[in-house]
Design a protein around this ligand. Structure first.
Ligand code: CP
Length: 304
């Protein structure tokens, strides 16, 4: 099926070849980021949950492509606060725009929106479920720093239970035969359904508790924030919030070309003394989101 006019709800929607096509196009946009390909298009940006990078990098991508943006960053200022349903909101906005980028706290909301919308939906994060555009920029960053996606040793650290970027990342990377090392406290271990998925795909993975000794052979260390907003009991969050803090001294015996990624925002999980280490890549990773999201929009609108 063509990518054109297809919603991007889950990273499972894209094949290995489609992922590579997006990354190739993102590379073109990085070389030449001002191309007025969306001059005729209005894109809706609906953020029912807070965001800095995803919303602003999408909006930067749209602006760089010469398109126009409508939308909101806070649903309290919309008729949702009067009781309007998600269905009615999407029906309205799909009449006004050519594509909808949506972040929503409910898992499955992007799928539901795609079923009622007359224009493609791009999932910018639905609860603890998935964040597929983050994953595409993560893969772009991994390929750019490692020169390949195949056969890498990837450590994923922190909140593997609620972290939607983790869930999307491991599905996408499973096309490329990685070895995963999951480093998480007992309470935030990778959910069983993802382990079943990896077993079925024949992907090697290991689970660890300690951080420093388990990153020595890593090509990528993917740090994540403990997702405070997904905890029903604040005391449970307090127990695990600072379990892992990556510090500069821990990087001494790691591979020269290892790179540290983080979808951001960070809280305490990467000490600021890491920021000036050449292995810290997270701020450039966020910049790569602009090029990757330009490629996603253009592909879905069928322009390139
Ligand atoms: N990575 C990410 O989704 O960041 P924001 O929540 O700031 O959009």
């Amino acid at each position: 099926m063509l990518m054109k006019n297809r919603s991007l709800v889950s990273i499972n929607d894209y094949s290995r070849i489609e992922i590579q096509q997006i990354l190739d196009l993102a590379e073109e946009f990085e070389k030449d980021p001002n191309q007025p390909l969306l001059r005729q298009y209005v894109i809706a940006s609906l953020f029912f949950e807070p965001s800095t990078r995803t919303r602003l990098s999408f909006e930067t991508a749209i602006n760089r492509l010469g398109g126009r943006v409508v939308g909101f960053s806070e649903s309290g200022s919309t008729s949702v606060s009067k009781g309007e349903t998600l269905k009615d909101t999407i029906l309205m906005v799909s009449n006004y725009s050519d594509l909808i980028v949506m972040r929503h706290p409910l898992e499955g909301s992007a799928q539901y929106a795609s079923e009622v919308s007359s224009v493609p939906i791009v999932n910018a994060g639905d609860g603890a479920h998935q964040h597929p555009t983050q994953t595409l920029l993560d893969l772009y960053s991994i390929r750019k720093t490692q020169g390949k996606l195949e056969g890498l040793n990837i450590c994923i650290v922190g909140d593997l239970k609620y972290g939607r970027t983790v869930h999307s990342l491991l599905i996408a990377m499973s096309h490329f035969k990685p070895v995963f090392h999951f480093i998480a406290p007992e309470e935030l271990k990778i959910p069983k359904e993802y382990k079943i998925f990896l077993d079925q795909k024949g992907i090697e993975y290991h689970e660890h508790r300690e951080l420093a000794p388990n990153i020595r052979n890593a090509d990528i260390v993917y740090m994540t924030r403990v997702q405070r907003e997904r905890f029903s009991d604040p005391l449970e969050y307090e127990k695990v919030k600072n379990v892992y803090i990556l510090r500069n001294q821990m990087l001494e015996n790691t591979k020269d070309n290892m790179r540290i990624l983080h979808p951001l925002p960070r809280v305490n999980e990467i000490h600021q003394d890491v920021d000036s280490n050449p292995k810290a890549y997270y701020f450039t990773q966020a910049l790569n989101g602009v090029y990757t999201r330009m490629a996603i929009l253009v592909k879905i609108l069928g322009i390139k």
